[in-house]
Design a protein around this ligand. Structure first.
Ligand code: GDP
Length: 432
């Protein structure tokens, strides 16, 4: 979601304007320097567009001069923002502190919307017009308190916001799309036959669903799934050279079309690099993942013991995926796949509100601050979930984070919010 920072010196009405943008009468926090607020960013929507509003009113101050402090706060906010609303008080005119912010705004190349606030009636319009001389374009005369002019202001903000970065996943209606993937001979087609053979009713005509001729719709334990590229699984072409290459292309295409991938691994044989490559494709593709250890009927105690070690050694990076031990031959646990698929899909679709996410970041930073590097300590200013499917988070920071710290944030996110069965992506946008 794009980010809008609201900046300006204290007392110009930033918090009131933020509440106005949010369209609710939340308690107005006193706009005094030195007041720290734990929540600085909010989810907003105008005319169907979602964006984040950052209120810089309460950011931590120190003993520097007022103008320098305000400029510094504005600088941090502006660096992380896609657009800036600069608020001035039309009843007072511009002061030195305003000028300090203007200099920062000029240096940044971010689009700026100038809001001349406290224009409660016509009398103040003339004063608002004098704000043209700030060189920031048209001053929008608004009354944050009474709502006057706020619609035009919001329209102007949306005009300069970039389109949200798209998720690679394109939402479609119809049953959940599942791809059964894995290297040759692990039992994919046996599993598909078992799943399709078990269904009580053949579901072929679900309204609003177009099923590719290579796909099948199958009911598993009461849930209906759209299995992808089942023709590729059923067709048992004898390997010519180059076959593996085409098989991997096919796997890749199936992963892209799916929401959830069921990765079939032969439990009776050691885990191979090829298994790991397919797993990585699923994670990189951002799809939900269930791991099915097949041919369980062929495993004895000794093999299961070794498998456990292989899992610890090779699959640590996929610990978040639910696993099911199955036998496509005997049908053991095959219907349990449904529960695992649902769990993974739920983790994949999870959304966390900006408020909750920032509360989490606040707790994290307090308990485990980023280590100091070369005398500097990058701070996470705030964060937002850019999208789900899979959950993708953006952290706005005052400097580059250690990749290790970013992974730590990701681990903690999982501990607090789950995301079972889904990759979680954390991106960092550091202030330039
Ligand atoms: P695919 O290439 O992944 O589709 O694998 P297939 O479904 O063709 O299975 C490969 C071989 O493994 C076949 O001989 C199957 O009968 C056998 N197989 C599949 N699943 C199981 C299982 O759960 N237990 C046992 N014992 N054999 C299985």
């Amino acid at each position: 979601k794009p980010v809008v920072a609201v900046v300006g010196r204290p007392n110009v009405g930033k918090s009131t304007l933020v509440n106005r943008i949010l369209g609710r009468r939340a308690a107005v926090v006193q706009d005094e320097p030195g007041v720290t607020r734990d929540r600085v960013s909010y989810d907003a929507n105008w005319n169907g567009r979602d964006f984040i509003v950052v209120d810089t009113g309460g950011w931590i101050s120190d003993a520097k001069g007022m103008a320098a402090m305000i400029a510094e706060q504005a600088e941090l906010a502006i660096a992380a923002a896609d657009a800036v609303v600069f608020v001035v008080d039309a009843t007072v005119g511009t002061l030195d502190e305003d000028e300090a912010v203007v200099r920062v705004l000029r240096r940044s190349n971010k689009p700026v919307i100038l809001a001349a606030n406290k224009v409660d009636d016509q009398r103040h319009e003339a004063m608002a017009a004098t704000m043209w001389n700030l060189g920031l374009g048209e001053p929008y005369a608004v009354s944050a308190l009474h709502g006057r002019g706020s619609g035009d202001l919001l329209d102007a903000i949306l005009d300069v916001l970039p389109e949200a970065p798209p998720s690679t996943y394109v939402e479609q209606s119809g049953p959940r799309r599942v791809a059964i993937v894995g290297k040759p001979n692990v039992g994919k087609s046996s599993l598909l036959n078992k799943l399709a053979g078990q269904q009580r009713s053949v579901v072929s005509d679900i309204s609003g669903t177009t099923v590719d001729p290579v796909d099948e719709i199958v009911e598993v334990a009461g849930n209906i799934y759209h299995f992808i590229d089942t023709a590729g699984i059923r067709r048992r072409v004898k390997e010519a050279s180059g076959h593996e290459y085409y098989a991997s292309l096919r796997t890749q295409a199936a992963i892209e079309r799916a929401e959830v991938c069921v990765m079939v691994i032969d439990a009776s044989e050691p885990i191979t690099d090829q298994d790991l490559r397919i797993l990585s494709s699923i994670e990189d593709g951002g799809r939900a993942l269930v791991i099915a250890f097949n041919k369980w009927d062929l495993t004895d105690e000794e093999r299961r013991h070794y498998l456990e070690r292989e899992i610890e050694r090779d699959l640590v990076a996929f610990r978040w995926a639910p696993t099911v031990n199955i036998s496509a031959l005997t049908g053991r646990n095959v219907d349990k796949l449904s529960k695992a698929i649902e769990e993974a899909a739920e983790g994949w679709e999870t959304r966390i509100s900006t408020g909750k996410f920032n509360a989490f970041l606040g707790r994290l930073a307090a308990a485990h601050p980023h280590p100091v590097r070369g005398g500097k300590q990058p701070r996470i200013l705030f964060g937002t979930q850019a999208h789900n499917c899979p959950p993708t988070f953006v952290l706005f920071t005052s400097g580059q984070l250690d990749p290790q710290y970013t992974r730590f944030v990701e681990r903690r996110l999982r501990e607090d919010f789950g995301f079972s069965g889904s990759p979680v992506h954390v991106e960092v946008r550091a202030r330039a």
